[in-house]
Design a binder for this molecule. Sequence first.
Ligand SMILES: [Zn+2]
Length: 412
Amino acid sequence: MTANYRLRQATTALHFPQELGGYRAEAWKPMDGAFRWVKEGEGERIERTDGRPFRQVAFRIAIDYRALPKSYAPFSPFSEGGALVYSGQFHACATAPCEQPGPLPIRISSPGEIVGVEGRRSADRDQFVSRDEGTSIFIGTLKPVDADGFVAIIDPGLPVAAREHLDRSLPQSMQDLAAIYGPLSFKPELYVSIDDEPEKDGRISSQGGTLPRQIFMHFDGEDAKKRMLADSPLWLEWFFAHEAAHLYQQDKSGKLVGDDRFGWMHEGGADAMAALAMVGRGPAERAYVLKRKEEAEKACATGLATTTLSKASAEGKFDLQYQCGLIMWLSIDQDLRRAGKPGLADLNRAMFAAVRSGEQWSQPLFFKLAGELGASPAVMMQIMTLADGNSNDALEALGALGQVANGSLNLN
Ligand SMILES: [Zn+2]
């Protein structure tokens, strides 16, 4: 593809906030030899070798997947052609420092293909303004899975078992959540792509992620299909159910709820929503959810032996927020059910409504609302201890909560 930058006013350099491990310098070839890439701090810039100002610079770029450090790949190719393009990696500033590039108007031209952006699908071309963290643009000929309430593009090159599984499970996850929380205010887009052409350097990777209103997953490199099947297709189902849960958390509470200091609330909450959505679907799903719960409890215990949950994120042990968080939310679910309430769904609805009306998404809000709904002081105290207590107390609380959580999955 070619990327052609045009500026209203001449500049001596275009600045990019992230250097992406040298990816652009290697893969974005200036079509005019008079340009060069220069690293600057965390970022990089493109400039003319003679230092003179310019109003236009064009690149030839191979549409190839690249696993980037802490950042989404610019291209996720589909096996039969077409790609998901992440606009955020194209954002740039005309002046330094470039920490938060401003909005970028983008025109896409791809004759004979469909351009999917901002919820539209247009033939041959489209344009939009990419802002904030950017968005994924679909360019290709694949047709979306026909479903109410969302758009899914699933690579036909996925192993058949995985594809058939996704065709069933994606609509199911969205329907399950809509039945509990009502429909989303927008139509989310779900993308799964695979490219099992071996990479020159033998790189293999897979990456999943989300952008506003979008969930995506890409499998790349030699044996991508085999690697995908080596894991149960159910993990992909869990991944999408988890990300779909985040869409609900954010849409229904009207803002991003994702404070990593107490990540157990949004990550554990999303995992518990995934677990509860999947557990009733069949014996295989049920066994998978049980296994995830056991593994999470074990990993939480191992982690808490050396740190506390409130320090875990700062120490790079963010996984504990999912693992311990799953047990915390499943146990409050069971506790509320014992009190004759529908469980976690009720607490979620109360949380979303409170945040929408201006309260902070926070631990005190969680405990206040859980208490009002009838949660028992004992279980709430154990969850508090797991969230904020020292290692010994937290481990003891975890043991007790793990038992309660079994009830949520009907395992007692
Ligand atoms: Zn998450």
